[in-house]
Design a protein around this ligand. Structure first.
Ligand code: NAD
Length: 300
């Protein structure tokens, strides 16, 4: 049994913390929203992040963005950073999706204090968090990665070591940028086919086994009625929100600017999602609703 502190009990962090408690670990939880602490079955509510970080072997955070992660670990005008108040033996795992520069800054600050820290953003959404089937994409030292594996394997089904501090964030950002491009392209191709008299289900079957085959066609078709159990077939409710995809595309743009990389398709996908969000008030819809941009009559 491991003593674990867990900060950030939102849509993702709440069920992840509950899975750790269900596996028999002692889980001390904290969130700025007190009700969320009570909703984690088996969790021990704390009065502050510092309290949750004391007397634990492992400390996990699942926060919205880079500013929250930097504020928590490095501190700000209001409060000292948590890293300076933690035992050096604590393993720190940040699962938030944030900019790689923040992840590197926090990881390096931890390293300078002798604290093992990894960035471990996840793929798999809220269903993966609930079912303990997330994919963790890790940046950090091999030793920290090895120490984290037993804890990550309770919350997820797959764990990858992408490289040093920040590498987990870079890999996640690359993946989600490609996903946005693939989803937009798939909606565009299906729309062209439908405009020219094809059935989207027939066209999908053809492209799945042809050179245009991809993940969106295989498991997440953006056209309603083609595939059961996907957001497109339930009014684009649930799934991976347009707002979260836009967050990840903005991280891709920031990352590309920092490395002086050209990402013309990522930039275009970001603009497509921005226009879609504004035109259709689509921020809280699944990202496959980008199909509306091509075929507004899909919006019922
Ligand atoms: P959320 O907004 O539901 O939860 C974040 C929680 O952090 C909130 O409850 C908030 O009160 C808390 N919080 C913020 N600052 C805090 C602080 N200083 N101390 C304590 N608690 C604090 O967000 P979410 O959907 O759970 O996402 C969390 C992260 O996971 C984000 O980085 C997101 O991009 C990423 N992510 C989300 C999904 C998804 O489908 N929701 C999928 C993959 C990755």
């Amino acid at each position: 049994m491991t003593a674990i502190g867990f900060i950030g009990l939102g849509n993702m962090g709440g069920p992840m913390a509950a899975n750790l408690a269900a596996a028999g670990h002692t889980v001390k939880v904290f969130d700025l929203v007190p009700d969320l602490m009570a909703s984690v079955a088996g969790g021990i509510a704390c009065s502050s992040a510092l309290q949750a970080a004391q007397d634990v072997d492992v400390f996990v955070s699942m926060l919205p963005a880079g500013q929250h992660v930097r504020g928590l670990y490095l501190g700000n005008e209001q409060q000292p950073g948590l890293l300076s108040q933690m035992a050096a033996s604590t393993l720190v795992i940040d699962c938030s999706t944030i900019d790689p520069a923040s992840a590197r800054a926090v990881g390096e600050a931890a390293g300078s204090l002798g604290i093992d820290m990894i960035d471990a953003p996840v793929s798999g959404g809220t269903a993966g968090a609930q079912n303990g089937t997330l994919t963790f994409i890790v940046g950090g030292s091999p030793n920290a990665f090895d120490r984290a594996e037993p804890v990550l394997s309770v919350m997820g089904a797959n764990t990858f070591h992408a490289g040093g501090a920040g590498a987990g964030q870079v890999a996640k950002i690359c993946n989600n940028m490609l996903l946005a491009i693939l989803m937009s392209g798939t909606a565009e191709a299906l729309s062209l086919g439908v405009d020219n008299g094809l059935d989207p289900a027939v066209l999908s079957e053809i492209m799945k086994v042809s050179s245009g085959g991809n993940w969106a066609l295989n498991v997440y078709n953006p056209f309603p009625g083609v595939m059961e159990g996907v957001p497109a077939s339930r009014g684009y409710e649930g799934g991976f929100l347009v707002d979260l995809m836009r967050k990840d595309l903005n991280l891709a743009l920031q990352t590309a600017q920092a490395s002086d990389s050209a990402i013309p398709l990522g930039g275009l996908a970001n603009n497509l999602y921005q226009v879609h969000r504004q035109t259709h008030d689509a921020g809280r819809l699944d990202f496959s609703s980008i199909a509306w941009l091509y075929k507004p009559d899909l919006k019922k």
